[in-house]
Design a protein. Structure first.
Length: 306
């Protein structure tokens, strides 16, 4: 059996008296696209930085690409890490940025690596453009090019599509899936539920603790929720009446309808039927979405920074 690309256990990272990563264990198989979900401040970025050797854990351990976390220099040579914020030089051209990165990795001849990477990511026509003049989507493409030009075996992507348009997001994910088919392993943090659903498996972290792992269907099932769609002329008033009722954990507007969610399905349906006796609304059970589960996990978690 092939060893996993990432296998960490009991990771703890503190900053002062704050525990930012709290006993996180995770396994990512080779060739897998693994999603990393969680609210802002949940510890995603810190966990990724521990995995790629930029931070040392205070407790716990594990391996990345077969290297112990303490072998950070070896790990850094075999991964590509794309940060949340564009981190290349905005006053250099695309080609100059890639030549700089090639030099950092000792790639020779530099000119050939730059030429091939430009072609690979569709950047040849823009190679002389200053990075600071690029749109969000093209900056994202350049950042990805810098991450993959040394042919890493693992990509760690920290909210890579934040601030780019839907077309650029879709093209980015098509690129990631193509590379995964060729054997590249990817761990990507995201806030977008449609992106999470494109991952083979997802890991949900909330306030430093990993609370769910598995396929999208497995994580939704773990949330244990019943979801009911409510619509009709009186849907706005129904939302007010349903808030706080027994069995109702969350009421969310979706256009002209509501998603009403609860862990106690029987109590939830009773509350909705009670309101339906008073108002002109219709209701029907629907599949629970990943977003519904996401909100539920957030509500159940305790803020480690409070």
């Amino acid at each position: 059996m092939t060893d996993p690309a990432i296998e960490v256990h009991g990771l703890i990272k503190r900053f002062g008296d704050r525990t930012v990563v709290d006993n996180v264990s995770m396994r990512v198989e080779r060739g897998e696209i693994a999603g990393f979900l969680g609210p802002n401040g949940s510890g995603k970025t810190t966990t990724i930085r521990v995995m790629c050797g930029l931070l040392k854990p205070d407790a716990g351990g594990g391996t990345v690409l077969g290297h112990d976390l303490r072998q950070s220099d070896r790990i850094k040579r075999e991964i590509g890490y794309m940060t949340q914020k564009f981190s290349l030089y905005e006053d250099l051209t695309i080609a100059e940025n890639l030549a700089f990165v090639a030099g950092l990795y000792g790639l020779r001849p530099v000119r050939r690596y730059v030429r091939d990477t430009l072609a690979d990511l569709g950047l040849t026509a823009r190679s002389g453009q200053l990075a600071g003049t690029l749109s969000g989507g093209w900056k994202q493409r350049l950042a990805l090019a810098a991450c993959v030009m040394h042919q890493p075996r693992l990509l760690l992507l920290d909210e890579p599509t934040a601030g780019v348009d839907p077309k650029a997001r879709r093209e980015f994910w098509d690129e990631i899936h193509q590379r995964a088919e060729d054997g590249l392993t990817v761990l990507v943090s995201t806030h977008y539920m449609d992106e999470a659903e494109r991952c083979h498996r997802i890991n949900y972290i909330s306030y430093g603790k990993l609370v769910a792992s598995g396929t999208v269907d497995e994580v939704i099932a773990k949330a244990g929720l019943t979801t009911v769609l409510v619509d009709g002329p009186d849907v706005t008033r129904a939302a007010h009446l349903l808030q706080g009722r027994a069995g109702v954990d969350d009421v969310t507007h979706f256009g002209a309808s509501l998603h009403v969610v609860g862990r106690d399905g029987r109590a939830l349906r009773a509350a909705i039927e009670d309101v339906a006796d008073e108002l002109d609304i219709h209701h029907a059970a629907i599949d629970t979405s990943l977003e519904d589960a996401f909100i539920r996990f957030m509500a159940d978690a305790r803020d480690n920074m409070a």
